[in-house]
Write a protein that binds this ligand. Structure first.
Ligand code: URA
Length: 434
């Protein structure tokens, strides 16, 4: 096998054989292929795509680059949810406890925020003491005990993806449907799940800005799941404006607790329940979506879902008092409000600009090695379609560093637009697959 020949073949639009794909991914995962050759191949794949046979071989090579997990010691069905990433997307935090409280085991493996999108692990780590790095035996033991684990991926699970993702991030090759779908699905298949619900985001704050692309991504991932016999359902949800009101880390934990107490903003609640219904259906815990919804509502109304989060926080070393009293979470020392210059209706609340603004405040990472400030963030006070009066606060920033505030403010101002005509709020759910 010759790396240059493989790169040239893909560059010229020719299909790669399964053997070539297995070899190149295996060599890269074993550190025997240099980054510059893999970067060239990734760019060729980005430009030329992968056909169905190549994609199957690519996923398989990644999946077998490391360990796979076995949760067969847990009798309950094991169902996970994965979001392609967004701004204010804290759904995993209320969803995991709600679904686990309904008897479905949720081995939730989450990631960190990168660029303008937040990450569940960063949010969880604002809870004092909470540990997201669990080794496989502890992960297995906790899943059997509590039915819900909220943790990062172990080092040995799909190691090829860790290297490939970092390289894609540094070479402008992230937004590729075959590369995203193989990255996500190889990790999820390695978890040995009984089912997976995908929340594929669409809109300005998502990887996929256009509905057609997010649908193709969803269909590709569902197809990969099917070829491994793992049932996968995808819901395409809106990411043109932030989900819920809070964008940050500690503030998103507090908003998630509100949902578990039966409150919270309507869009966040709706997306959480919608994904929960799909998880219960896949786990055989509901016959249809209406029954799923009713079970989830009961889990919230009875307090069982909130208690599940308390139990998991304690089991993973966190201080459960912050769940009962989120005012104990870290909080930024200063506030600054951006107000409407005129009256009318909010016509734009751009998720991408607001996500970048939160990152500039310190809530996210520009580079992998950056540290985040758990205290800072922003609260979106109005949504698209809401009436607005001149002088009314639209966004409240929670900040700690004046230089960072100065960087974030122009982005927040650019993100918001007030017009005379009321535009209809975007639909929350744009479609589903299958
Ligand atoms: N999330 C992943 O895990 N991989 C991608 O390629 C994109 C988003």
């Amino acid at each position: 096998m010759n790396a240059v020949e493989i790169i040239q073949r893909k560059r010229d639009g020719g299909p790669l054989s399964p053997q070539q794909i297995r070899w190149v991914i295996g060599e890269y995962a074993a550190d025997r292929l240099p980054d510059y050759q893999m970067a060239a191949l990734l760019m060729a794949v980005f430009k030329e795509g992968l056909d169905a046979e190549e994609l199957a071989a690519w996923v398989d090579a990644m999946l077998h680059s490391g360990d796979t997990l076995d949760f067969s010691h847990v009798a309950a069905p094991k169902i996970d949810k994965h979001s392609t990433g967004g701004v204010g997307d804290k759904v995993s935090l209320p969803l995991g406890p709600m679904v686990a409280a309904c008897g479905v085991a949720v081995p939730m493996m989450s990631g960190r925020g990168l660029g303008h999108t937040g990450g569940t692990l960063d949010k969880l780590e604002t809870i004092p003491g909470f540990r997201t790095a669990l080794d496989p035996p502890e992960f297995r033991a906790l899943l059997a005990r509590t039915g819900l684990v909220l943790a990062g991926q172990s080092e040995t699970l799909v190691p090829a993806d860790r290297r490939l993702y970092a390289l894609r991030d540094a070479t402008g090759t992230v937004e590729s449907i075959p590369l995203i779908s193989s990255s996500i699905m190889s990790k999820k298949l390695a978890e040995g799940l009984d089912g997976l619900v995908l929340d594929v985001k669409v809109g300005r704050g998502a990887f996929m800005k256009r509905l057609e692309d997010s649908r193709t991504l969803a269909e590709t991932m569902v197809g990969i799941g099917r070829s491994y016999g793992t049932p996968v359902r995808a819901v395409l949800t809106d990411m043109s404006q932030p989900l819920g009101r809070e964008v940050g880390n500690a503030c998103e934990v507090a908003e998630s607790v509100e949902v578990l107490r039966g409150g919270g903003p309507a869009d966040l609640v709706d997306v959480t329940y919608r994904l929960g219904e799909e998880m219960l259906l896949l786990g055989g815990a509901a016959a249809d979506r209406a029954e799923g919804r009713a079970r989830l509502e009961r889990a919230v109304a009875s307090g069982a879902a909130l208690e599940k989060l308390v139990e998991v926080v304690a089991a993973q070393g966190g201080d459960p008092r912050v769940i009962h009293d989120p005012s104990l979470l870290p909080s930024a020392p200063h506030r600054h409000e951006v107000a409407a210059a005129r009256g009318g209706f909010l016509t734009r609340c751009d998720a991408l600009d607001l996500g970048v603004a939160a990152t500039r405040l310190g809530a996210g990472r520009e580079r992998k090695e950056d540290t985040i400030d758990p205290r800072v963030g922003l609260r979106v006070l109005v949504k698209v379609g809401d009436p607005v009066e001149a002088g009314q606060p639209l966004v409240r920033l929670a900040w700690a560093d004046a230089a960072r505030l100065a960087e974030a403010l122009p982005l927040v101002e650019r993100a918001l637009e007030v017009g005379d005509e009321r535009s209809a709020p975007p639909p929350l759910v744009h479609g589903e697959v299958p």
